[in-house]
Each structure stands twice: as structure tokens, then as C-alpha cells.
Design a protein around this ligand. Structure first.
Ligand SMILES: Nc1ncnc2c1ncn2[C@@H]1O[C@H](COP(=O)(O)OP(=O)(O)OP(=O)(O)O)[C@@H](O)[C@H]1O
Ligand SMILES: [Mg+2]
Length: 583
């Protein structure tokens, strides 16, 4: 449990002094407030004994004015402090969550949709913030009022037994809290989960809105989204039912106290056991406790609800990244570092079938490796393991003799320019997209990379050239332009290893040839891995491997592979050649 509350506790510890000062102001404000029944009680007694005098009215008014002013000013300052730390908490938690998100890996994101994660950052953080701000403020207010009311009562001439009888219904409160608390928490958890599901559904449907429109399935989508909203409503109603009941119960007990006070106190006044002034003061004291009690009910209610959120956020922060760096990891020495894969087999977590089986290969620095193979044969998987998106079995992959897990992630990933199949573009300028890994890159370098990726002329034809902004996910670019922009990003890195994962599949054959020629020229002394479906893209590679169902089934140069007449490679070649001569 201590671990689960970690976030809030560590925050409060670091900002305790602001809380302390906020609470002090609030307490001081309430100290003043607790004087007013005494003033009115004394005034009543004076009224009874000496009639209405100008001096008494003046004194009482002045006292009430001072109490009002002091309560307002001190209370306001106290509230500001506490609201202020609440906002700090929000900021601090959102930053911490985001930082944590950047450490979590592919497996985590496969299980948790973007919408759900947004829901943590928005809904849960806000719920916790509201409850701590409101909680601290109102609890300080209420406790102080209740305690000072009780102290003032005890210090007055009101008999103790009378006080005890009058406030007796209030001892039921802790019992109610224990009874209903877990229930409220569980229902609140359900509400937060369904809010998360809704944001998830919204995110998914906004993302796919163009597809939706093309298939004219708006009705189905509306219905699906409507269903998630219905669930929220149902869960919220369940929560409202129990929390309203809880919230109503506490002021009810307060009112019960007041009834007892009026009846019993009134009786004692009639038989002259206590003075009229004491009766008025007692009634006011008990009345004074009703609002704070209501506030406490409110606070407990909110805290129960926000505990569900806090637990969700803490659970998330406690999720360990799957890929961790070795304590004594060293930087990759790229200067003479062959890449070797030894008997590598790998199955994705939870998958029944292995995606790679017994793969062995070596790429010497400066050489080009071509990988070809049917869709789903494990080409991208091999790259993901190389980049440690997933961890390969210990020792199966090494660079220059050092196993991958002994290398720092930064030097590993910084030395490999990977151009993925679906090059993601951000909603920013083309220039920033190309210079993604180093925003400060000079324009001339960005232009050179664009030139190498054969996208330079297209970019120049856009209204703002390299400063042209791309819409959400780069809608203004065609598929082939998008691919080449992503390729330019990889070229700009000028890294020791360049991996093109089917990165020129959407460009025409002429452009492809031009791009491949440029890469061969530019990267003569650097390592390049070319993954493609077209033989034309890799026929100049120093070694080509053919993959099928996770295995390497053929390897060699273009010429030697063509020589193996019954092999997949020769077959592919025949089909592709035929295609190109017909087309
Ligand atoms: N994250 C994942 N979790 C589980 N299985 C996966 C995952 N990614 C890929 N696979 C499976 O692993 C196998 C190999 O996939 P991989 O993406 O490596 O194929 P590929 O050769 O790159 O195919 P393509 O030519 O279509 O890009 C496939 O059967 C695929 O379904
Ligand atoms: Mg692939």
C-alpha cells in the first residue's frame, strides 16, 4: 500500500511547507470564526439582563466585523496556497507520467491504447488534484471549526453532559465511512475505467475517420461510440447513488444533533438549569458543526473516489520498462564493429509460433546486406531485435563482439538509422521531420538528404518549401512522398548502419533505381541493410538472404542465387522480370 501511494506522498513531502502555510492560514481563519457564537451568546445574556443598550450593540457588531474580516482574509490566503499546490501537483504528475511513457516499450503500447493513456493524464490526474486541494482545504477548515466549537463549548458554562448528549449522533460518522468507503472506491474505479475506454474509442475513431467515411460505416461507428458513453453513464449513476446517500447521511446526523439540542437544551433552559445565553450559544455551536460535517462527508467521498485514480496512476508509474540498460553498459565502438547474429530464435511474447528460427549472419562494416522474403517471414522482427525494441535471447546478437545488452541503448540506437515500413511523420514542418533526430541540423544538410532520397524537387514545389507544415500525420503528402521524406530522415543521420525496411516500396521503379544508386555511392564505406520485396532494390548487395517462415532459406550474391534454379530467389526474379517486361 505504501508503494501504491508513493506519488502523492513524495509530492506532499517535497511541498509540505506550502501545505503547512496554507493549513495554518485556514486554521487561524477558523479560530476567529469559532468566536461568533460566544459573541452572540454574551449579547443575548446582556440583552436579557440589561435590555438593548447602544454599547452592547456596538461592541457585538464590532466583534462580528473583525471576525468576518479576519475569516475572509486569512481563509482566502489559505485557500490560495492550497489551490496553488494542487496545480503544481497536476503539472508535476503529468510531466512524470509522460517521462515514464517515454521509457515504456512496444509491449506496453501494444496493450494500452493512446486514448487510455490520455485518460490517465487528463481524468485521473485532475481527480486526484481536485481531491487533494479540496480535501486539505476543507478538512483543515472543518476540523478546526469542529474542534474549536467543541473546545469553546467545553470552556463555556454549558454542562458537559449536555454537550455530549447533543453531539452523540455524530459518533456514527466513522462507522459510516468504514462501511461505505470501499464501495464508493470500487464504483469510482469503474467510472475511471469507462472514461478511459471512451477516450480510447474516441482516439481510435478519430484516427480512422477517413477510412470510416470511405466505407460509409458512420452508423456502426456512432453505435460503437454511443455504447462506451452509455457504460460511463451507467457506472456514474451507480457511483452517484451511493455517494449521494453517503453525503446526505452526514448532514442528517448533524440535523439530528440540532434537534436534540433544541429539545433537550430548551427544556433545561425552561427549568433554569442553563441560561438563555448558554442555550443560544449551544445551539449556534452545534449548528456551526453541521456545515463542517457536511464538508467532511464531501471530502471523504471525494477522497474515496480519487484513491481509485491515484491507485491507477501509481500502478502505471510502477510499471517497469521491458528493455533495461545493463549497469555497466558501454558505448558501441562503431569504428570496426561487425554485426553478428548467431543462431537466433525468437517468439513474440504470448505468440505460439516463433517469428525467427535459427538465424545466423554477419555483416562486416561497410558491406551491404539484402533481405528478401515473403510477407510475415520475420524481416522486420530481425530489425526490431537488433534495435532492442524487443530483447533477443542473451548473446544471440553482438556488435564487434559485445552482446547487445551490454551496450548503451543510446549509442546503439543512435548508431543505427532505421527507416521503418510506415515512416511516421509529425505534424510539423518537413524540415523538422527530416532533421528529427537533431533539430539544429543545417538546412544545407537537410537539403542534401532530401536530394539523396529524391524528394528534394517535390519539397521545393510546395508553397513553403522545406518549411511546409504537414497536417496530422502528414496528410498533404502522397504515400511515395511520405516514404521518401522518412528516407531523407534516415539519410541525414549518416549513421554507421542504415536499415531500409521496405522503404522504397511506394515509389516508381525509375526513382527506386536512382535512390538505390545514390545510397550505394554515398554509403560506400558504411553498413547498409536493405529489406525489400523487389529484387531490383538489392541485386548489388554484397550478400542477400532469403527468408521464409522465420528461417534463412537461401543466401549468396545476386548471381549465385540466380544460379539456384529451384530457389525462391530465382522464382521471384522470374516473376518480377516478367512483370517488368510486360509492364
Ligand atoms: N508485435 C508483434 N507481436 C506478435 N507477433 C508479431 C508482432 N510483430 C510481428 N509479429 C508476427 O511475427 C511474424 C513476422 O513478422 P514481421 O513483421 O517480422 O514480418 P516481415 O517479414 O517484416 O513482413 P512484411 O514483409 O509484411 O513486412 C508475423 O507472423 C507477424 O504476425
Ligand atoms: Mg516488415
Amino acid at each position: 500500500m505504501a508503494r501504491k501511494r508513493g506519488l502523492l506522498i513524495s509530492f506532499i513531502r517535497s511541498k509540505w511547507y506550502i501545505y503547512a502555510s496554507g493549513v495554518s492560514f485556514t486554521l487561524a481563519a477558523n479560530l476567529f470564526q469559532s468566536y461568533y457564537p460566544k459573541v452572540l451568546g454574551q449579547f443575548t445574556d446582556q440583552l436579557e439582563q440589561q435590555g438593548l443598550t447602544q454599547a452592547a450593540v456596538l461592541d457585538a457588531s464590532l466583534a462580528l466585523l473583525i471576525i468576518g474580516l479576519a475569516y475572509g482574509i486569512l481563509g482566502g490566503i489559505g485557500q490560495f496556497h492550497i489551490m496553488y499546490v494542487g496545480r503544481l501537483f497536476e503539472k508535476y504528475t503529468r510531466k512524470r507520467l509522460f517521462k515514464h511513457f517515454t521509457k515504456l516499450g512496444e509491449q506496453f503500447y501494444a496493450k494500452n491504447g493512446v486514448g487510455k493513456l490520455l485518460s490517465y493524464v487528463m481524468n485521473d490526474v485532475t481527480t486526484v488534484r481536485e481531491s487533494i486541494s479540496m480535501g486539505v482545504n476543507q478538512t483543515a477548515n472543518a476540523l478546526m471549526l469542529i474542534v474549536s466549537a467543541i473546545v469553546m463549548m467545553v470552556l463555556s458554562d454549558i454542562p458537559l453532559y449536555l454537550i455530549l448528549v447533543c453531539i452523540s449522533p455524530l459518533i456514527l460518522i466513522p462507522w459510516i465511512v468504514v462501511k461505505l468507503g470501499p464501495n464508493i472506491r470500487a464504483r469510482s474505479h469503474a467510472v475511471q475505467e469507462s472514461l478511459g475506454k471512451m477516450t480510447e474509442a474516441a482516439e481510435e475513431q478519430f484516427g480512422g475517420i477517413r477510412v470510416t467515411k470511405k466505407f460509409a460505416v458512420e452508423d456502426i461507428m456512432n453505435e460503437r461510440f454511443g455504447a462506451t458513453v452509455d457504460v460511463i453513464k451507467d457506472n456514474q449513476l451507480k457511483l452517484v447513488r451511493v455517494s449521494s446517500f453517503f453525503q446526505a447521511l452526514i448532514p442528517f446526523l448533524g440535523a439530528l444533533s440540532l434537534i436534540i439540542t433544541l429539545a433537550y437544551g430548551g427544556y433545561l433552559t425552561l427549568v433554569n438549569q442553563i441560561t438563555l445565553g448558554n442555550f443560544v450559544a449551544l445551539t449556534l455551536y452545534v449548528r456551526m458543526m453541521v456545515n463542517p460535517l457536511q464538508a467532511i462527508g464531501n471530502v471523504i467521498n471525494t477522497i474515496q473516489r480519487s484513491r481509485a485514480s491515484l491507485e491507477r496512476v501509481n500502478d502505471l508509474l510502477n510499471k517497469q520498462p521491458e528493455i533495461v540498460e545493463h549497469d555497466h553498459a558501454v558505448d558501441v565502438d562503431w569504428s570496426h564493429a561487425p554485426l553478428s547474429v548467431r543462431n537466433l530464435s525468437f517468439a513474440y511474447p504470448g505468440a505460439a509460433k516463433e517469428a525467427l528460427r535459427g538465424v545466423s549472419l554477419t555483416v562486416q562494416p561497410g558491406k551491404t546486406l539484402g533481405i528478401i522474403g515473403k510477407t510475415g517471414s520475420g524481416k522486420t522482427t530481425l530489425v526490431k531485435l537488433l534495435l532492442r525494441v524487443f530483447d533477443p535471447p542473451a548473446g544471440a546478437i553482438d556488435i564487434g563482439g559485445t552482446p547487445l545488452d551490454q551496450l548503451t541503448l543510446e549509442s546503439l540506437r543512435g548508431g543505427i538509422a532505421y527507416v521503418p515500413q510506415d515512416g511516421f511523420l509529425f505534424s510539423t514542418t518537413i524540415r523538422d521531420n527530416i532533421a528529427f533526430f537533431r533539430r539544429s541540423s543545417e538546412l544545407s544538410l537537410v537539403e542534401k538528404a532530401a536530394e539523396q532520397a529524391k524528394i528534394h524537387d517535390s519539397i521545393k514545389s510546395f508553397p513553403d518549401g522545406f518549411e511546409t507544415k504537414l497536417g496530422e500525420r502528414g496528410v498533404t503528402l502522397s504515400g511515395g512522398q511520405r516514404q521518401r521524406t522518412a528516407l531523407a530522415r534516415g539519410m541525414l543521420m549518416n549513421a554507421p548502419i542504415l536499415i531500409l525496411d521496405d522503404s522504397v516500396s511506394a515509389v516508381d521503379a525509375v526513382t527506386e533505381t536512382a535512390i538505390i544508386d545514390t545510397i550505394r555511392k554515398e554509403r560506400r564505406d558504411k553498413t547498409t541493410i536493405l529489406i525489400a520485396h523487389r529484387i531490383s532494390a538489392m541485386k548489388h548487395a554484397d550478400e542477400i538472404i532469403v527468408m521464409d517462415e522465420g528461417r534463412i532459406v537461401q543466401r549468396g550474391t545476386h548471381e549465385s542465387l540466380l544460379g539456384q534454379k529451384n530457389g525462391i530467389y530465382a522464382m521471384l526474379h522470374a516473376i518480377q522480370e516478367e512483370g517488368s517486361s510486360v509492364g
